[in-house]
Design a protein. Structure first.
Length: 82
């Protein structure tokens, strides 16, 4: 697997592009998790407890990692602009 370059090695344009993509992927992941949660609640009421109520919780760490990375990218952008 190819190692990603450090944020300090990227140009400002690349950082802004990475921030935009990270924000977009985080938003899409949140939407997917919310849909999974509501589907799990619906299926739980309809059929009883099932695994679909637990799946959204399994994906929550991905959101935390994405927002942590986004914060680091924004800090690097702010440092370069000042």
């Amino acid at each position: 697997m190819k190692k990603q370059p450090e944020l300090s090695e990227l140009s400002l344009e690349e950082l802004e592009k990475r921030a935009k993509m990270t924000k977009l992927s985080s938003t899409m992941l949140i939407v997917a998790i919310v849909l999974q949660f509501f589907a799990g609640v619906y299926l739980t009421f309809k059929n009883g407890f099932n695994v679909f109520i637990i799946l959204p919780m399994a994906f929550l760490p991905l959101i935390i990692v994405n927002f942590t990375n986004l914060k680091k990218i924004k800090e690097e952008i702010a440092k370069r602009k000042s």
